[in-house]
Design a protein around this ligand. Structure first.
Ligand code: BGC
Length: 250
């Protein structure tokens, strides 16, 4: 397996990419970012990714892995949040493979971030059940049992206490939208993580997303039986995990 691969992390507002050293789990180029095209149409996003890959200026056989904020089953995107509805049911592996002229594999963004944390970050050497969560516009989630990914857990969308789609209430975007204090947000996170703990009995929670930089403001406020730790790879986790999975060909 080639040591280096390109990882691309597509989000609702930005597309980030870098070259990753897959054995060390480190970026070996600058991290580049372009804005997500208005409307989030598949062809426009594919063109933006092609431009970003060109800017990285790598050999044309460098493998590419892409992560995306949606359910991605066998390379097909099955949902769409903050992007065009035309992604639903789309063969995203094919779209990017054709646009980039080389085999390209697409996976869910939280799954990618979790893979990076399990291989190189806060989940290294952890056995049993690890639940990775990302707190951002939504709540992304990824499940690992003894280091093996169970893909496409969508635990941000569970209903708790009459609140449907709990991510709209407890993701970091709710803090921004409603101007919540960390204490008020932590009360919502307490309900969220204690529900996951009760239903799934994990060995470790990892908390990622941009706000995890400020984990000292809210993680100590949570009272859980399960250890809960901040992600270590922060903003690069999606890129590193996508690059690590660039070789999957199903
Ligand atoms: C989506 C997930 C995604 C998460 C974080 C959720 O709204 O359903 O697929 O992983 O947001 O981007």
């Amino acid at each position: 397996m080639s040591k280096k691969a390109i990882g691309i992390d597509i989000g609702g507002t930005g597309i980030k990419g870098a070259v990753v050293h897959n054995k060390r789990g480190e970026l070996v180029s600058n991290r580049l970012r372009v804005a997500t095209p208005e409307g989030g149409e598949p062809e426009d996003i594919a063109t933006a990714v092609v431009d970003l890959v060109a800017q990285l200026d790598q050999p044309t056989d460098r493998p590419i892995g892409i992560c995306f904020p949606a359910v991605v089953q066998h390379g097909h995107t099955q949902s769409a949040a903050n992007v065009s509805d035309r992604w639903v049911g789309l063969d995203a592996d094919k779209l990017f493979t054709e646009a980039l002229g080389r085999h390209t594999h697409v996976i869910n963004d939280a799954d990618a971030a979790g893979v990076a944390e399990i291989k190189f970050g806060a989940g290294r050497k952890q056995s049993g059940l690890v639940i990775m969560t990302t707190l951002g516009t939504g709540i992304g989630s990824a499940l690992f049992y003894n280091g093996v990914l169970v893909p496409n857990a969508e635990l941000g969308h569970i209903d708790i206490g009459g609140k449907t789609d709990f991510e709209t209430y407890a993701a970091y975007s709710a803090v921004e939208r409603e101007g919540l204090s960390f204490e008020a947000w932590a009360e919502r996170l307490q309900v969220y993580y204690s529900t996951l703990e009760r239903l799934l009995v994990p060995d470790l929670f990892i908390v990622g997303g941009g706000i995890s930089k400020q984990h000292e403001e809210f993680l100590p406020l949570l009272k859980l039986k399960t250890r809960i730790v901040p992600a270590e790879l922060r903003n690069s986790a999606g890129i590193i995990g996508a690059a690590a999975l660039a070789y999957i060909s199903e």
